[in-house]
Design a protein around this ligand. Structure first.
Ligand code: ZN
Length: 98
């Protein structure tokens, strides 16, 4: 298979890609698993999503600002290893290619 490119997606597209269980995991990680290098700890007040990407491994990459210090934070959430998600992401890629 050809190497996938990283594409920018919006919140609506992300919602379509994730099933309910994945959405829960995603929300949990956003609130508990995003490390801010400026704060030196997990963003305790969560963070504000600015950009969302589907990367070359069909993982979700998010970029945003820490709600405590406004520092830039990024996190990759590994959905690409999930075969169901991987296939769904590939279908999604095809649907937006046109
Ligand atoms: Zn911070």
């Amino acid at each position: 298979m050809n190497k996938l490119t990283e594409i920018k997606i919006n919140r609506f597209q992300l919602n379509v890609l994730l099933n309910d269980e994945q959405k829960e995991g995603f929300d949990y990680l956003l609130n508990h698993g995003v490390f801010c290098t400026k704060c030196g700890e997990t963003c305790s007040k969560g963070f504000d999503i600015e950009e969302i990407y589907l990367n070359s491994l069909n993982d979700i990459k998010i970029k945003g600002k820490c709600n405590v210090c406004c520092g830039n934070v990024a996190r990759i959430i590994e959905f690409g290893g999930d075969k169901g998600f991987f296939n769904k992401a590939n279908d999604f890629r095809k649907s937006i290619e046109k």
